[in-house]
Design a binder for this molecule. Structure first.
Ligand code: NAG
Length: 129
């Protein structure tokens, strides 16, 4: 019976280790709020510049479905507010989640109306963890 206690302890410790290990991945809600026309055109850039994003994290776009959407594009498209060359499907339901598998710069725009020109666009730099 005395051996039951150490093994129970070992099991509890193992449980703690398993609970402690996982969540290194962070969900980043883009802009810290809704994906929508910002009050200043550099709002999303400022947010991204103040947010450290690592490989393995998720970018979470929360928006009013039907009013907004999001698609990953290249740098040229980001600047031009174009989405002729799409790097992802156009995600139309919220929350739209992009899992960040690789380090580098990623660009996202909204394809509704002229919202991209109004600032509903973002680029983020994903760092190696
Ligand atoms: C961080 O955000 C502030 C405004 O909130 C902005 O002035 C600043 O440029 C941002 N930093 C970076 C590195 O983008």
């Amino acid at each position: 019976m005395a051996t039951a206690i150490p093994s129970l302890l070992a099991a509890l410790l193992a449980g703690c280790v398993i609970l402690a290990v996982p969540t290194t991945a962070t969900d980043h809600v883009v802009g810290g709020s809704l994906w929508s026309i910002p009050t200043s055109s550099d709002y999303y850039r400022n947010w991204a510049g103040n947010t450290t994003i690592f490989v393995g994290d998720n970018l979470v776009f929360r928006f009013d479905a039907g009013m907004y959407d999001v698609v990953e594009v290249g740098g040229w498209e980001y600047k031009a507010c174009s989405w002729v060359d799409q790097y992802s499907d156009t995600l139309k339901s919220s929350p739209a989640v992009f899992h960040l598998d690789f380090a580098g710069v990623k660009y996202y725009v909204c394809t509704i109306g002229n919202y991209c020109s109004l600032g509903v666009k973002i680029w983020v730099s994903v760092q190696q963890a």
